[in-house]
Write a protein that binds this ligand. Structure first.
Ligand code: NAD
Ligand code: APR
Length: 235
């Protein structure tokens, strides 16, 4: 493992499941009682902004009530200890990686605790509600929406992600079903660039066959063990 220098880690809803945040595609997942086209598309927002604001107001209060779990803690430990390049690309809109102490985190699907003004383009940290149509602190217009990438919109910072993947020696996917592109395709990109690939998930993801190795189990067990092994081998 001494030849590993550059690491890209992709995380999904599964890493926050043990912090009490619901995943999307499980039987009791969020998309079961909230049709995705209603709450996670620009068309759904135009049709019923109140419904969408309420959905993300709920997500926001859930995020604020949640705490990082041992998987977030372990990645933060790795981030602090790792001298080489490291990037945690998360599809999650929670801030549990950051609250655990990780710094090198990129939110490709946006952030639940951020509001984005559709008039002046400003972004604001947001812990309150949006359903009451508060004015934008920058321009005063009541035009704030959740700073979330919806289906049909472009995920954030793709150039940086692909650049990191092209340099990666190791790509690790944690707690994601591999159902949503472009994140689901990162493993192929990393493999083509010559990276070793590892999946840590409760069950096999849709792209499981792309990974050199799959370890199945809860993230709170698998991630600390993997981090410890990696840091020991790198010494
Ligand atoms: P897609 O998976 O092909 O993604 C389209 C783009 O939207 C991607 O670039 C993706 O990264 C981005 N995106 C926007 N908002 C997102 C978000 N909140 N989370 C993740 N990625 C987001 O989706 P599509 O082309 O819109 O849909 C393909 C098919 O999959 C459709 O039939 C759709 O209804 C279905 N779908 C099902 C689910 C589900 O959970 N059951 C979720 C999404 C899409
Ligand atoms: N430990 C590890 N993995 C887990 C755990 C756990 N404790 N609990 C669940 N998982 C796994 C599930 O087995 C599943 O494969 O996490 C995965 C969660 O998959 P999804 O619910 O599909 O979430 P995700 O892959 O993050 O979804 C991608 O879809 O609609 C969008 O915006 C949404 O960013 C999200 C994207």
């Amino acid at each position: 493992m001494n030849d590993i220098r550059n690491i890209v880690i992709l995380t999904g809803a599964g890493i926050s499941a043990e912090s009490g945040l619901r995943t999307f595609r499980a039987e009791d997942g969020l998309w079961e009682d909230h049709p995705v086209e209603e709450v996670a598309t620009p068309q759904g927002f135009r049709r019923d902004p109140d419904l969408v604001q309420r959905f993300y107001d709920e997500r926001r209060s859930g995020i604020l009530a949640a705490q990082p779990n041992p998987a977030h803690d372990a990645l933060a430990r790795l981030d602090r200890a790792w001298d080489g390049e490291l990037l945690i690309v998360t599809q999650n809109i929670d801030d549990l990686h950051e609250r655990a102490g990780a710094a090198r985190v990129l939110h490709m699907h946006g952030e639940g605790l951020s509001a984005w003004c559709t008039v002046c383009d400003a972004r604001h940290s947001w812990t309150g509600t949006l359903r009451d149509n508060p004015p934008c602190p920058s321009c005063g217009q009541a035009a704030l929406r959740p700073d979330i990438v919806w289906f049909g919109e472009m995920p954030y910072r793709m150039d940086e992600i692909f650049a990191a993947l092209s340099r990666a020696d190791l790509f690790v996917s944690i707690g994601t079903s591999g159902a949503v592109y472009p994140a689901a395709g990162f493993v192929q990109g990393a493999k083509e660039a010559g990276a070793a690939t590892l999946e840590l998930n409760l069950e096999r993801s849709q792209g499981s066959h792309w990974f050199d190795e799959t370890r199945l189990g809860p993230a709170s067990m698998l991630v600390p063990q993997w981090v410890e092994d990696l840091l020991t081998a790198a010494k």
